[in-house]
Design a protein around this ligand. Structure first.
Ligand code: BGC
Length: 794
């Protein structure tokens, strides 16, 4: 695929100085106003009644890049929003990264691999505290778009190819941040799965695909954690800008899911402001310099926009402001050292040991070569709006300082796809003289960044060459990867170990060294499939789209849902990850074998640590529909729990599955639906390694309404309970006439060969009711068929 270079969205122009912020308030805004005569505790509607039209319009657009507009006259202060989500990027200066020194925690791609809600809670808790202490009302994250293709430039910020995992993890994070009376902005709502033409292209997906894959994680977060705000995406969805999409922002988000916060635009995502407001976009960010305020005001004056819509938007904005301000002045403080320690702890739990042919963990006394510039200059986060001004960076070399016999060789340059004969010779020499060679490889910043997509799924050629060279010099070669999304591994069979470190924050070097040398036991699991090559990815043919739209033609078959259905060989499956210990599973038990779709099935399973080291196992629960008329994936993740186990210890893990765990999205109902029948509850080490399973029958309490007409085929009439009952009692004459035709009573062998019984049966099954006139002429009148159809539909 040709590399499509997109213009990087420069935010520099939008950054306001502190001075600018204060002066642009026109002298009316004073930070202390928020408590003096403030509106918290006051009736928000009464306050809105006192506001002028201009003040109301102003409340719905930014003051600058990072603040909402105050209404000084009425004591409504400005509040600040800041990027995250893996650290606080509180902007203080004009430069693109003039943000306060903060702690860079593991990015979304890494955190997702923890499969651990409690770690998301700890991250959210730290962020909430930092925001409170720094006067930030809303942190702009988490970013939970689905990783549709390994090429998306922002994959490193996103969590997973699986909406259940992404939704559960993000909900834990959101709840924890908001416990500090600080809001989040869950982004980018929705179908923002590529960077190419991100501000204009239309993501085109069908209803079921959207519901099952691209909206489901947002749904979980909204329902479970009640985020204060959501950020709408830049792109269009089936032709309509997300920022103007009434169906998305109002019908689905508010009316169906019960969202009670406000929606803000992604930075510059607004098209028609008046349309947006009516669609459910309350806040435009950043400031439009007053242009949009005027548009809103004149739309109300001309009658194009009902003022009640604006009032409602103001009410939603003020209600969220009040949640932040209601707590008074920020009272919390935060500790960089403590958060750095947390960052390292989280990183350790995120890394995924992909391969280990007995080479890891390393002996601290062994001669070890650390090869590759990433050992010294780690890549631990990605470029763009989420870039944290990291207070302290620990590289693997820093972290290995105390370990004797670690020799470093540069190997390649992270600035360019470049190595030299000398670097390669030096690397081969270091490898040959070591007992184990560890190559630190990964994607340099230019390969993976917000604003444009990756051009391919490979590591830079210089790194692949280096790995081959090192592996040829030392059979005990381990590769440590620092990347936000899958890479191809042409050298996989020539190395003994691979540790996927992802982009795991400023302390990543510490975590890598602790895992390599066995001070920590790896427990991360892949939140995405690593295909063997890019061309295997289900979106490959259509990713990026044309100059207007991207068609999501693979439908709901994203990630493992596709690879598993195709029985395709993958490099590493979804959910895969190794440990230095081993785990055994037993006693899978279901509290019932049958239930209806309003019930809850409780599943328990025992997990035992069967070796000598303590470690954590991620227990994954998948549900497989044994037989279904809807086209469905082989299995889908519906539960996961991480358990820490001492050697020999056994714990029982429990899951509660409700109807939704068995459902697919039925477009005839525009709702989730369980098709009655048998389901397998599968416990797996990955989507490809199912260790235990048990069957349960789930009955639907809802029939899909069907209306029959003369084009309905016999098979469909007989498939529904009602159709079958009525057809057999109400139209035996018609059934008889149709069946007679299919009776294969041909005398000769040749005739029987020409039209087999199977063919006759199939003909009958697929026959529309009207065919009775063609194949059994004269037996049934038109009036009789019409009457029978009326009866079927009653
Ligand atoms: C990004 C958002 C970000 C915003 C503010 C946009 O370009 O898409 O994720 O929160 O900028 O920096």
């Amino acid at each position: 695929m040709p590399r499509r270079k997109a213009l990087f969205f420069k935010k520099k122009d939008m950054f306001a100085t502190k001075k600018g912020i204060e002066s642009r308030g026109g002298g009316r805004y004073n930070r202390n106003e928020k408590t003096a005569g403030g509106y918290d505790g006051m009736d928000v509607r009464a306050l809105i009644r006192k506001m002028t039209l201009e003040e109301k319009a102003g409340l719905c657009s930014g003051l600058d890049s990072w603040h909402t507009k105050p209404v000084g006259r009425l004591g409504v202060p400005s509040v600040m929003v800041s990027d995250g989500p893996h650290g606080l990027r509180k902007q203080v200066g004009e430069g693109a990264n003039d943000s306060i020194r903060a702690v860079c925690f593991p990015t979304g791609c890494a955190m997702a691999a923890s499969f651990d809600r409690s770690l998301f809670e700890r991250l959210g808790d730290a962020l909430g505290r930092e925001c409170r202490a720094e006067g930030v009302a809303v942190v702009l994250g988490p970013a939970i778009n689905i990783k549709r293709s390994p090429l998306c430039g922002r994959n490193f910020e996103y969590l997973s190819e699986d909406p259940y995992l992404a939704g559960e993890e993000a909900a834990a994070y959101v709840a924890a941040v908001q416990r500090h009376d600080v809001g989040v902005s869950v982004k980018h709502f929705a179908l923002n799965n590529q960077e190419h033409r991100r501000m204009s292209q239309s993501s085109e997906a069908d209803e079921r695909t959207m519901r099952e894959i691209y909206l489901a994680a947002f749904e979980t977060v909204v329902k479970k954690a009640k985020p204060w705000t959501l950020m709408c995406a830049y792109n269009r969805i089936n032709g309509v800008l997300a920022s103007e999409n009434h169906w998305l922002l109002t019908d689905v988000l508010r009316n169906e899911w019960g969202f009670d916060g406000y929606v803000m635009s992604d930075w510059g995502a607004v098209g028609n402001r008046v349309k947006g407001l009516s669609a459910g976009l309350e806040l435009e960010m950043p400031s439009s310099g007053g242009v949009r305020d005027e548009q809103i005001v004149s739309a109300v004056r001309s009658g194009e926009l009902d003022e009640a819509v604006l009032d409602c938007a103001c009410e939603r904005m003020l209600a969220v402001h009040a949640r932040y301000l209601g707590n008074g002045e920020p009272a919390e403080s935060w500790d960089r050292e403590a958060d750095d320690a947390l960052s390292g702890e989280l990183a350790e739990a995120c890394m995924v040991l992909l391969k280990n042919a007995g080479v890891l963990p390393l002996d601290k006394g062994a001669r070890v070569a650390f090869i590759g510039e990433f050992a010294k200059e780690p890549r631990f986060q990605g470029g763009g709006s989420s870039h944290i001004n990291a207070a302290k960076i620990t590289s693997a070399l820093d972290a290995a300082k105390e370990i004797p016999n670690v020799r470093y060789a540069r190997g390649f340059s992270i600035e360019r796809d470049e190595t030299t004969g000398e670097w390669l010779r030096d690397a081969a020499d270091a490898a040959a003289n070591a007992q184990v060679a560890v190559v630190f490889a990964g994607l340099p910043d230019a390969y993976e960044c917000e604003g444009y997509d990756r051009a391919h799924m490979r590591l830079p050629d210089c790194q692949n060459r280096l790995i081959e060279t090192v592996a040829a010099a030392n059979p005990n070669t381990v590769v440590v990867l620092q990347n936000g999304s899958p890479v191809e591994m042409p050298w996989i069979s020539r190395v003994k170990g691979v540790l996927e470190a992802y982009l795991s924050g400023q302390a990543s070097g510490r975590a890598v060294v602790r895992i390599l040398f066995g001070d920590a036991n790896p427990s991360g699991r892949l939140p995405e499939t690593f295909p063997k090559k890019l061309e295997d990815n289900p979106s490959y043919l259509f990713f990026g789209g044309d100059d207007r739209k991207t068609e999501y033609r693979e439908g709901a078959f994203v990630g493992y849902r596709y690879y598993d259905k195709k029985k395709m060989d993958v490099l590493f499956p979804f959910g895969h990850g190794l440990s230095y210990t081993t785990f055994a599973y037993g006693n899978l038990s279901l509290d019932k074998r049958e239930m209806d779709d309003s019930g809850t099935l409780t599943v328990t399973v025992d997990v035992t640590n069967t070796a000598e080291r303590s470690g954590s196992e991620v227990v994954q629960l998948y549900v497989a529909d044994v037989e279904s008329t809807a086209i469905r994936p082989v299995r889908e993740l519906k539960g996961f729990e991480t358990v820490a186990l001492e050697p020999g210890e056994t714990k029982t893990v429990s899951f509660a599955l409700d109807g939704r765990a068995f459902a697919y999205y039925e477009t005839r109902l525009h709702d989730w639906h369980v098709e009655s029948g048998e389901f397998m509850i599968q416990i797996g080490r990955s989507s490809r390694d199912i260790v235990l399973e048990a069957a349960a029958t789930v009955r639907s309490t809802r029939e899909i309404p069907v209306t029959f007409d003369e084009n309905s085929i016999l098979m469909d009439v007989l498939a529904s309970e009602k159709g079958k009952r009525r057809a057999e009692h109400g139209m035996p004459d018609i059934l008889q006439a149709m069946r007679e035709f299919s009776e294969n009573d041909d005398e000769t062998e040749t005739a029987r060969e020409a039209i087999t019984q199977e063919m006759s049966d199939a003909m009958l099954n697929y026959m529309p009711l009207r065919a009775v006139f063609s194949f059994s002429p004269g037996k049934v009148t038109k009036e009789r068929l019409d009457e029978a159809i009326r009866d079927l539909n009653e």
